[in-house]
Design a protein around this ligand. Structure first.
Ligand SMILES: Cc1cc2nc3c(=O)[nH]c(=O)nc-3n(C[C@H](O)[C@H](O)[C@H](O)COP(=O)(O)OP(=O)(O)OC[C@H]3O[C@@H](n4cnc5c(N)ncnc54)[C@H](O)[C@@H]3O)c2cc1C
Length: 557
């Protein structure tokens, strides 16, 4: 504990990620003394959100309207429920959280953030385009608003508020305090206990030491758990993996730093809180190994436009509607049934330049650095970080002919995770058949039809979807193949909470003094996204649930 941190406080927050920062700032605004505890050092303040792309789900925003997008609360709720597919008794609170969250995203979310200086990029992205059904999974319209400044830009206003309170002594920090136990006495949560870890000057994102140098016990009138999900512990991910998605992958890359270790979920459960929907999770199928890694097994997710040809490990084209950027878990399920842990994109230089974006603040220096010149350069020359992957990334093959491309793919197929060889003649046939369909501005090929439809949206035509062309047209080359890994990321279930963020017991009643927010609570309720996410909903879920829990705990103590 920092020398001046007290051993008791009004409100104790476990986890200084985005949800924790928001909860702490709100509770301190309400006049309460807050202690913000984290196992990591000060330099990791902001947790995963710092690394994020800062994509946010807004409904019927001015940016959408300026781009000609007609969105509404009704349409967003239809999309949310079609994606969530709530079907369990324990979906009571998740469903209520979902409704409250869509109200927030269509209501005060944008103006609340704007009032703190937050700004978004004017072109709205179309993430998770869905499974092809009006009432099924996916976004009917573009809703992915990129924070100007990416992840650090969403952390900034809350870090500023927290530090302002810290300057007056209302918020205190206890860095390098790893909570191992939530204390409950006479049925009420009264604090936490754990180990003090040795000081660490390790840079943000790198795994910090776990050497223990002492014990601590901290008392509070209310504890808010904001400790994140399980995506950094692949054994936990495999254990929770649902049979409906097939066998858990043997090989995955990690989309989150090591601190996303999931330990607190078990610890909070042991104190009497109920965990629900722990079989619901959100992992991507377009992961690539980072050639310049920060954390162990570091994977980066490609946010793809819709034009790349998607093949399974054996070289078979994926069926509709499993196009890049459409239906993350539908595609994951399809790929798990192939028996291999990876798949392939085959594309051209023209497609990669317009359609590949990489998720992560450090992969978008133009947006993260709020550089207008950088954004213009990206539009003119293609994205620099993607070009760096083409040059250095171990999952990329760049070739002038299909023969060379397939030879490169087969060299990568021999590497971990190993898989079958791709047959050149079969791949040529797939590509040529698809290429014959680009002669007209309409097609029978469902993927090309989707590409033409996407280009009816100005934002896609401008910056996200390449003009359809023949993959084998050398004018658009060189040819590129990318080996895609499964990338672990988000936990959709978690601690069950009511609409005040209070943790519930298995009897369905609040456990006095115990609250949860952010990813550890499935972003609200124990899984407000149900089975699927609409994207940009995780950071927003941390904001909304952190704000709710911070205010409710402050009102209760
Ligand atoms: C690369 C990347 C890109 C992303 N892009 C987006 C995006 O564009 N849009 C979007 O909506 N979402 C995105 N996300 C997801 C989003 O960033 C996370 O879901 C969100 O930030 C989680 O915040 P949190 O506060 O719940 O948890 P975390 O950020 O994980 O913070 C939890 C904190 O709790 C601490 N902690 C855990 N256990 C203990 C313990 N026992 N004792 C003490 N401290 C503990 C951890 O050290 C950590 O600091 C992205 C994530 C990543 C990694």
């Amino acid at each position: 504990m920092s020398a001046e941190a007290p051993s008791s406080t009004d409100i104790l927050v476990v986890g200084h990620g985005l949800a924790g920062l928001v909860a702490a700032a709100e509770a301190a605004d309400a006049g309460k003394q807050v202690l913000l505890v984290d196992q990591e050092p000060e330099q990791s303040l902001g947790g995963q959100a710092f690394w994020s792309l800062g994509g946010l789900f807004f409904v019927d925003s001015p940016e959408q309207r300026r781009m000609g997008i007609k969105d509404s609360h009704e349409l967003a709720l239809q999309d949310w429920m079609g994606s969530a597919q709530f079907d369990r008794e324990e979906d009571l609170w998740p469903r209520r959280w979902a409704e409250a969250y869509v109200d927030f995203a269509a209501g005060e979310k944008r103006s609340w953030l704007r009032g703190m200086g937050h700004r978004v990029f004017p072109i709205v992205g179309w993430a998770e385009r869905g499974d092809g059904r009006a009432d099924g999974h996916g976004n009917s319209v573009p809703r992915f608003h990129l924070t100007w400044g990416t992840g650090p830009g969403i952390v900034e206003p809350f870090e500023r508020r927290v530090r302002e309170h810290a300057a007056t002594g209302r918020i205190r920090f206890a860095f390098r305090h790893r909570v191992d136990e939530v204390l409950v006495e006479d049925g009420t949560c009264v604090g936490v206990r754990g180990k003090v870890l040795e000081p660490s000057s390790i840079e943000r994102g790198y795994a910090s030491s776990r050497v223990e140098v002492g014990d601590f016990e901290l008392r509070a009138q209310a504890v808010i758990v904001t400790s994140g999900g399980i995506g950094g512990d692949h054994d936990l991910v495999r254990k929770a993996w649902p049979a409906r998605l097939g066998e858990p992958p043997r090989s995955m890359v990690s989309g989150v730093p090591a601190h996303v270790d999931g330990r607190m979920i078990r610890i909070t459960r042991d104190a009497g809180a109920r965990i629900i929907n722990d079989d619901r999770m959100w992992h991507y199928v377009e992961g690539i190994r980072n050639w310049d890694p920060i954390w162990a097994n570091h994977g980066i997710r490609i946010l793809p436009g819709p034009s790349s040809i998607w093949l399974d490990a054996a070289g078979k084209r994926l069926p509709a509607p499993f196009f890049p950027g459409f239906d993350t878990l539908g595609t994951l399920k399809h790929l798990r049934a192939t028996g291999y842990d990876y798949s392939w994109f085959v594309l051209t230089k023209s497609i990669i330049d317009k359609e590949f974006a990489l998720s992560g603040s450090e992969q978008n220096p133009d947006m993260t650095g709020r550089s207008v010149r950088g954004v213009i350069d990206r539009a003119r020359k293609g994205p620099g970080p993607v070009h760096a992957f083409m040059e250095h990334g171990e999952d990329f093959v760049v070739a002038d002919s299909l023969t060379e491309l397939v030879a490169g793919m087969n060299r990568l197929a021999d590497r971990e995770p190993e898989g079958p060889r791709v047959d050149e003649a079969a791949l040529r046939e797939i590509i040529e058949r698809r290429d014959r369909e680009v002669a007209n501005p309409y097609a029978k090929d469902a993927q090309l039809t989707a590409v033409y439809a996407a280009r009816n949206y100005r934002g896609d035509k401008l910056s996200r979807v390449a003009k359809p062309h023949r993959i084998l047209d050398p004018e658009h080359g060189p040819l590129i193949a990318v080996k895609l890994h499964i990338l672990s990321r988000k936990t959709l279930g978690g601690l069950e909470t009511d609409l005040s963020g209070r943790c519930l017991t298995s009897a369905g009643v609040p456990l006095p003094g115990l609250y949860a927010a952010g990813e550890v609570s499935g972003f609200g309720g124990g899984g407000m996204m149900g089975y699927n996410a609409l994207e940009g909903t995780f950071l927003g879920g941390c904001l909304f649930s952190g704000r709710t829990a911070g205010r409710a705990a402050a009102a209760a103590v």
